[in-house]
Design a protein around this ligand. Structure first.
Ligand code: PGA
Length: 258
């Protein structure tokens, strides 16, 4: 087990980041109430962002413009433009002031058959248009039980490193064990830290700026477990699903990140 360095030691190098992943949730009315609460609350020292369904980007940009909370999307096309019905390009997201875009979320890998290579291409397209890709990696329960966690996340990250090379330094990585997403089962701080340390070591071995690259944890992060997770030396914040839809919970999670 890798022990946690004091949070202050980490903060000097990497500012924490907390990102809400709204998934396919929300409505004009509920978004407005949620954003109003976020804007009114002291969120602490972490950078905060919300990744919202694309159809709400206009309203969200309008609401958050000029404030402390950034916004982004949950996916982008690997193509520049053209005959890709239903897809949204990174250039379009940039036009709406997006700062972040999630790529390779496990729900898209599982439900939409997204491969490691496709996810890497999406990250490249995001970077090309000035967005910060939040590249998700994570193993299933079966893979963890078979002792394949490092092999799986190493392969997923490896595809991005191979395509992006030095550009990997512009990416945020999110470690999201599939078995912890939306299940209420969180990886223990030590379990998560071990994988984060492995990811950082993998980045360092590839010549990336591993000391400044942020690695978020995601999977059933709640107001009552966030502080312990974020205290680990290689956990630089979180990607928050369900709890990002409840203002009080999300605010508490943001404030737990230092
Ligand atoms: P969860 O989702 O916090 O609801 O587990 C996290 C995610 O899927 O990004």
């Amino acid at each position: 087990m890798v022990s946690a360095a004091p949070a202050s030691q980490r903060a000097a190098k990497r500012r924490s980041l907390v990102v809400g992943n709204w998934k396919m949730n929300g409505s004009a009315a509920s978004n407005e109430a949620l954003l109003a609460a976020l804007k009114a609350a002291p969120l602490g020292d972490a950078e905060v962002s919300v990744c919202v369904p694309a159809v709400y980007l206009h309203d969200v940009a309008d609401s958050l413009h000029g404030g402390a909370v950034h916004w982004g999307a949950q996916d982008c096309s690997s193509h520049e433009s053209g005959a890709y019905t239903g897809e949204i390009s990174a250039a379009m997201l940039a036009e709406f002031g997006c700062c972040h875009v999630i790529v390779g979320h496990s729900e898209r890998r599982a439900l939409h058959g997204e491969s490691d290579a496709l996810v890497a291409k999406k990250a490249a397209m995001a970077l090309k248009h000035g967005l910060v890709p939040i590249l998700c990696v994570g193993e299933t329960l079966a893979e963890r039980e078979a002792g394949q966690t490092e092999a799986v996340v190493g392969r997923q990250l490896g595809a991005a490193i191979e395509l992006l090379d030095k550009r990997i330094d512009g990416v945020v990585i999110a470690y999201e064990p599939v078995w912890a997403i939306g299940t209420g089962k969180t990886a223990s701080p030590a379990e998560a830290q071990a994988v984060h340390a492995f990811l950082r070591k993998t980045l360092a071995a590839a010549g990336a700026a591993s000391g400044s690259l942020r690695i978020l944890y995601g999977g059933s992060v709640k107001a009552d477990n966030a502080a312990q997770l974020f205290a680990e030396s290689d956990i630089d914040g979180g990607l928050i699903g369900g709890a990002s839809l409840k203002a009080a919970d999300f605010i508490a999670i943001c404030r737990a990140a230092r």
